[in-house]
Design a protein around this ligand. Structure first.
Ligand code: ZN
Length: 509
């Protein structure tokens, strides 16, 4: 029997694109919705379904000595639309009842994403943290890990002792941050007091400007880490999730010290001032759709040119995109771009039809026959079925899904003119080479690879496609980095770069 501190484990892992269709219980059940002991069982699987922060936290706590995990709820649908408010209230109630029944608790850990919105409220994450705080009282530590695409509200900061944010994009440090959260939790349980300074800048950085290997965002994260010392427990900088469209959007800086408020504030302010001074660098460099098509045609004709990736950044399922816009598919098909492969296209009815017809069959493929989203326009062309699969794969290459079980649903590889398309049934972002190669399609042999992803593909595809062989396409879509394409209603204006004249003065601490 476990003894030791009783620590509740919860997660709402949702990144909400305000412009995408709402999600409810069925959407979570299709991805990950675990209650009680199911959480602990998943954490010991070879290929867990939960995000690495939760498994990292659990594993590190197990290693540290006796504790009593109190698993509550782990709800994870990844990136999608707003959570249906009725379902949100149900989920919150389930969390509340289980937390109250579990009292007394010594601590609470949230494996949150951050950047959830419901169909009625802006800040479910802060709402859940506050609910937990009300139940456990002011003296019980509450720590949450967060994706770096999180929007930070004052409520989230006030209700918790520490917020620990990923430092990599593509995200390869989720497990590590879970381990770090466990370490911070041990300190707080050992009577260290955490004190946090928080600044939010009026900058909504387009998602493609938030890579961490280089560039303005990576630089400030790296610089922040050089300031960690015996007083500073954690420095977290949230790039933010633009499409949440909330009043608490904006790049956020959190400095958590071992009870040294003055130092936390000094560092926090310095980091924010640095970024503010170079804010102009948060401007995306996109390539026009027609230029992307012309480029693919040229590479198909001339084998001496290196192959490239075209990232369909505006239709990123990892940001709430439907994974089924057809501008690039239609353009490449109609132009006859040779050696083009495209993955992964989310179209369950088309995949089902392919499974009914069988390998080798040729038919008129109707893409998006049932989709209603404004960007998911129909496209039809003759197609031949190359391969079929149940779509159950394991994240293969370095990246945020490495080692995790992934369900794409019934999957088909189709040859559509000169373009090879991987059609899936459960909306997912194309993360690594396995999303092609599990279905018999070689990435190394392709001339042009189109991925439905904003940037998370970069870790897995890096060995074949360094940054200078990645083109970010300016096509329409739910996750377009072209911020002028959207009607924003939630932001506090003015906000940069939408409002170029935006001003900011540091807090008067
Ligand atoms: Zn993210």
């Amino acid at each position: 029997m476990s003894t030791g501190k009783r620590i509740a484990l919860l997660a709402l892992h949702l990144e909400s694109n305000r412009f995408a269709p709402p999600v409810s219980r069925a959407d979570f059940e299709e991805k990950v919705l675990l209650y009680g002991d199911e959480i602990m069982q998943d954490a010991v699987q070879e290929h867990p379904r939960m995000v690495g922060t939760m498994t990292g936290f659990i594993h590190a706590m197990n290693k540290a000595g006796p504790w009593t995990p109190v698993p509550i709820v782990n709800a994870d649908v990844g990136a999608a639309g707003p959570i249906d408010h009725e379902f949100y209230l149900e989920l919150k109630e389930e969390m509340r009842e289980r937390l109250e029944a579990a009292m007394p608790l010594d601590a609470v850990y949230f494996g949150e994403h951050g950047a959830a919105v419901s169909t009625e409220i802006h800040d479910p994450d802060g709402d859940l943290f506050q609910m937990a705080r009300e139940i456990v009282g002011p003296d019980v530590p509450i720590i949450s890990t967060l994706d770096l695409h999180t929007n930070i509200s004052q409520e989230m900061v006030d209700a918790t002792d520490a917020l620990i944010i990923y430092r990599t994009n593509p995200h390869v440090d989720q497990y590590e941050r879970g381990v770090e959260a466990a370490g911070a939790m041990q300190e707080l349980l050992g009577n260290v007091k955490a004190t946090t300074a928080f600044i939010r800048l009026p900058i909504v950085a387009p998602q493609v400007t938030q890579l961490t290997a280089s560039g303005p965002y990576g630089e400030i994260i790296d610089y922040g880490q050089t300031l960690i010392d015996e007083d500073v427990m954690n420095i977290s900088i949230a790039g933010g999730f633009t499409y949440g469209d909330t009043p608490h959007n904006g790049m956020a800086f959190l400095v958590t010290t071992r009870d040294d408020l003055a130092k936390a504030r000094k560092i926090c302010r310095e980091l924010a001032e640095r970024v503010w001074a170079y804010r102009d660098r948060f401007t995306p460099q996109l390539t026009a759709l027609e230029d992307c098509i012309a480029d693919a045609v040229a590479r198909g004709e001339d084998p001496s040119l290196p192959s490239v990736i075209i990232a369909d950044v505006a239709d990123n399922p990892g940001g709430g995109g439907r994974g089924n816009t057809a501008w690039l598919l239609e353009g490449l098909h109609d132009a006859g771009a040779k050696g083009a492969i495209l993955g992964v296209f989310n179209d369950a009815p088309l995949a089902a039809e392919a499974h009914a017809l069988g390998i080798g069959a040729t038919f008129e493929a109707h893409f998006n026959r049932e989709e209603t989203d404004q960007y998911s326009q129909p496209f039809a062309a003759e197609a031949t079925i190359l391969s079929l699969s149940d779509g159950k794969i394991v994240g293969r290459d370095p990246g945020s899904r490495k080692g995790m079980a992934i369900d794409l649903g019934p999957t088909a590889a189709l040859q559509v003119g000169t373009v090879t398309v991987i059609v899936i049934s459960i909306r997912q972002q194309c993360i690594d080479l396995g999303y092609f190669e599990n279905f018999g399609v070689s990435v190394a042999d392709a001339r042009t690879v189109v991925v439905k992803s904003r940037g998370h593909f970069r870790a897995g595809f890096l060995p074949l496609f360094p940054p200078d062989r990645v083109i970010e396409c300016d096509a329409p879509g739910l996750t377009s980095p072209n911020l002028e394409n959207f009607e924003w209603t939630g932001f506090q204006r003015p906000i940069f770069p939408l409002d170029q004249e935006t001003e900011w003065t540091p807090p008067d601490w």
